[in-house]
Design a binder for this molecule. Structure first.
Ligand code: TRP
Ligand code: ZN
Length: 869
């Protein structure tokens, strides 16, 4: 593998040539697919530089220019590029090359897996199909001809409209034309045999759009939810954003082999099957919600990504941050806004903050990239969405939509930058976002110190805020951010106080805010208001503030914002654990916190919100507060906290569990808000019961009575993660029932990978021999091995067995699928955060990788940055 060199955002140059149209012909063959590529190319500007096309792993057969076959004097070719010298300004270039789809295990470019041909071109996969200007600012009209075996591949699909079909012997031919100029990363081709779910959608302009969902044979009974989600997404984008679909056909193909979630190729989305296939027997409520969100995400890209695309890959967050924001809003409008928001906050705290604190920390718009695949990150996606959300908070819905409208008006059909987006938001609202732009350029998580004081005499609230942002690689000095701080207040008994201001703008390093409100009307003599800061997680920052446990309990019960109610519970639990660790004792749940939890549990609040508030922060979120992560203490105290809570609330937990079970049993399973919410609480309570109840027969009967995967998996996880005596029995039964059903077995693999059990490493080694496991399939790797890296105590075993297991897998995947290998490697990047002993063991794995003669660029970048830290 050739070593790549880093590229810098500041070095962007417009392309020397553009491509107006490209005609592709694929003669499909497992080991030798022939690609004929005819491009109309035009020089941009008056330079005399040669045409330099990208190409990787291609077998070049022939090059011709305006019908003249070129010989070696007119072009040169190496492992990365084809360079064509010509003095013509406009010409037709035809390139013929061969590729080997069946040997493509990296799943980039054109690959053949389990008898389905499929492409993945983002970010730089198109160059593995043919020689091309493989960059997002070259927009061309694509025509695609596919020739394949009729019986094996009855469906031949590509972007746009099917304009011609032909039969010739055993083979058939399909010609597709996409009327919209697009960058190469949005190209797609699929060939295979499928069952097809067909439907249609009428746009608000009255145009009928054909909807087609392609799934593996026999899976039609798992495809309805994806189709419903697609129609909901199309309708929602018209209503909320005024954006209407633009082709007459929209196809979605579910494939079993896919590195990521899904891909927004124009008119032909390719999906990881796990984000399409679901019925109540095989999928959990969370799976259904994820499908809705990913289907929405890829559909929303049609405007934010496809019609308006990125000028260069440094701008990735232009489409991804915005589209994640849009899919979050879609899920929130259709389901529970509070539950969705809490889940988004959890991702930021458990994953993005960790990334921001590690050696690969980067701004949402990176400045330096070696391997683009490494920048499809929680920072670019989820923090990117937080930045868009802050704009929304600053502008309000109407102002935000005005900005969106101007953005579309100005840039439809173009390849643009994050700067263009912010400029449109500014212009449409007559705002100055010069300072706000720092969210795009500075990496790292701002830390806000808050001091809240109530002046009894003046009946005023004084809020002192101070921001600092730690240094990150390549950025030692940080300037203050523009941080929106949403605030609210209640009396000690929970009555809402009306404040004169609900949104503070923290823009300097230090700022004092004086807030008036109807304090005197609401507070009793001598009472203080209880103040909530960063309501709805109004900025992706860490907050440190002295606040009493009493006040946190008040906020947990009464904060006007549901996200802040949940957050108060997380701070309460977090504080208990941190204190225990600081004092080297075992966490002790106090009576007042127990009563607060009991009150919540017996309240009529939304059951899902109760479930979330009664679940302590995860290990990753807690770990983020330490310079040196205390592995054993964290796991010990988290475990103790859950046990004590279960013990203290035993009767109430059982009572509510029984009541919810009865309510749910009164009718058939429904995928509907109230039921989802009730199942979530019921199953959270079940996990508490497993902490203290060793009645094997009881859990067995719960397992037997489960009539949907949400409930089945809940029991399985509860007993496995508490090392319950019935765990092995239920794991065996699950295996017996579901083996062969790969997506279902992923849940089984994952459940075992996450068990905090000293036998877990050995078990994973055995599971890797299971008939349903394969290192070639990314979903299997993620469910068994990537999940394991989140298992704090077992991955970080003091004897290094966890590191050796994953290190070995990374070495194997380096040769076959570097993108997946690189995802696993993230677990080693925070090696500096552990004790000296673990540091040495983790570093050893990084050094072994670094010494590999053929280290892929995906791994090279992360290993180098990690070792340099
Ligand atoms: N654009 C895709 C999305 O956000 C991401 C994606 C799918 C991707 N497959 C990929 C990115 C492969 C890099 C490589 O939905
Ligand atoms: Zn996306």
């Amino acid at each position: 593998m050739s070593q790549k060199t880093a590229k810098y955002r500041k070095d962007y140059q417009a392309p020397d040539f553009t491509i107006h149209s490209v005609d592709l012909t694929f003669e499909l063959d497992p080991s030798q697919t022939r690609v004929t590529n005819t491009m109309v190319v035009e020089r941009q500007g008056s330079h005399q530089r040669p045409l330099v096309l990208d190409g990787e792993g291609l077998q070049l057969i022939q090059v011709s220019l305006d019908d003249k076959t070129l010989n070696g004097d007119d072009y040169s070719v190496n492992d990365q590029q084809l360079v064509v010298s010509t003095d013509k300004d406009r010409f037709t270039l035809t390139i013929i090359n061969d590729i080997n789809p069946s040997q493509n295990k990296a799943l980039e470019g054109l690959y053949l897996a389990e008898n389905t041909y499929c492409t993945q071109c983002e970010a730089e996969g198109f160059r593995r199909i043919t020689f091309y200007l493989d960059r997002p600012d070259v927009l061309a009209r694509f025509t695609t001809t596919i020739i394949g075996d009729k019986s094996q591949y009855p469906y031949l699909l590509s972007n746009g409209n099917l304009i011609k079909t032909e039969q010739c012997g055993d083979k058939h031919v399909a010609v597709w034309q996409d009327p919209y100029p697009k960058p190469s990363y949005l190209f797609a081709l699929v060939a295979g045999d499928f069952d097809v779910l067909r439907d249609s959608f009428t746009t608000r302009e009255g145009r009928d759009v054909k909807l087609e969902l392609f799934v593996d044979k026999g899976n039609l009974d798992r495809s309805e939810h994806a189709m419903t989600s697609l129609k909901n997404a199309m309708k929602w984008d018209e209503e909320r954003f005024g954006l209407v679909y633009d082709l007459d056909i929209y196809m979605v193909v579910a494939v079993d082999f896919f590195n990521m979630g899904a891909m927004e190729n124009k008119g032909l989305n390719v999906f990881n099957a796990k984000y399409v296939l679901a019925n109540p027997a095989t999928a959990t409520d969370q799976d259904f919600l994820n499908i809705e969100s990913v289907i929405g995400h890829e559909y929303f890209h049609n405007w934010t990504g496809n019609r308006i695309t990125c000028r260069d890959w440094f701008q990735l967050s232009l489409k991804e941050g915005l589209t994640v924001f849009r899919d979050q809003e879609f899920s929130s409008d259709l389901g529970s806004r509070a539950v969705n928001r809490i889940q988004d906050v959890k991702i930021i705290r458990s994953h993005q903050f960790t990334e921001d604190a590690g050696p690969m920390a980067h701004p949402i718009r990176p400045d330096k990239v070696l391997e683009m695949n490494n920048f499809y990150t929680v920072t670019v996606y989820n923090k990117g969405a937080e930045v868009i959300r802050m704009l929304h908070t600053l502008l309000g819905e109407a102002g935000f939509q005005r900005g969106m409208q101007l953005y579309v008006e100005r840039h439809d059909g173009q390849a643009v930058t994050c700067e263009d987006f912010v400029a449109a938001m500014e212009a449409a609202n007559e705002q100055d976002f010069s300072q706000f732009r720092r969210w795009y350029s500075q990496a790292g998580t701002p830390q806000v110190e808050a001091d809240v004081d109530f002046d009894q005499d003046k009946q005023q609230l004084n809020i002192a805020l101070r921001q600092t942002t730690p240094a990150t690689p390549g950025q030692s000095e940080k300037l203050p951010f523009h941080i929106p701080v949403k605030i609210s207040a209640v009396t000690p008994s929970g009555q809402v106080i009306t404040l004169n201001e609900g949104l503070l703008h923290l823009q300097k390093e230090q700022q004092q805010f004086v807030i008036n409100g109807d304090f005197s009307a609401k507070l009793q003599a001598g009472e203080q208001p209880v103040v909530s800061l960063f309501d709805n997680f109004s900025a992706p920052v860490k907050v440190s503030r002295k606040i009493s446990a009493n006040d946190l309990r008040t906020l947990m019960a009464h904060a006007p914002d549901p996200v802040s109610r949940w957050d108060a519970s997380q701070q309460l639990f977090g504080e208990l654990i941190h204190q225990a660790i600081a004092q080297q004792t075992t966490v002790k749940l106090d009576q007042q916190t127990i009563s607060a939890c009991r009150q919540l549990l017996t309240s009529d609040a939304d059951p899902a919100l109760i479930a979330l508030a009664l679940t302590p922060p995860g290990a990753a979120t807690l770990a983020d507060n330490y310079d040196e992560i205390p592995v054993e203490q964290l796991r010990h105290n988290l475990k103790q906290l859950k046990k004590q809570l279960a013990q203290a609330l035993k009767d109430d937990v059982m009572a509510r569990y029984q009541q919810l079970t009865a309510t749910l049993k009164a009718h058939d399973y429904q995928l509907q808000g109230d039921d989802i919410s009730q199942r979530q609480l019921r199953n959270t309570l079940l996990s508490y019961l497993a902490e203290i109840n060793d009645d094997a027969a009881w859990f067995e009967s719960v397992y037997e009575q489960a009539d949907n995967m949400t409930d089945t998996l809940a029991v399985l996880q509860a007993v496995t993660w508490t090392e319950h005596s019935v765990a092995e029995e239920l794991l065996n039964r699950f295996d017996q029932q579901w083996q062969g059903e790969k997506l279902v077995m992923d849940k089984w693999f994952q459940t075992q990978a996450l068990a905090d059990n000293d036998a877990t490493v050995a078990r994973i080694e055995t599971l890797m021999q299971h008939a349903d496991f394969s290192l070639d399939n990314p979903n299997r790797v993620y469910s068994l091995l990537a999940a394991f890296t989140q298992n704090l105590a077992q991955f970080h075993r003091a004897d290094g067995a966890g590191y050796r297991l994953i290190g070995g897998v990374i070495q194997t995947l380096n040769d076959s699928n570097p993108q997946v290998a690189s995802r696993l490697l993230s677990a080693f990047m925070s090696w500096k955060r552990y004790d000296a002993h673990r540091q040495a063991l983790m570093k050893q794995q990084l050094e072994e990788l670094s010494a590999l003669p053929n280290l892929a660029s995906d791994l090279q970048e992360k290993v180098e940055n990690s070792l340099a830290a």
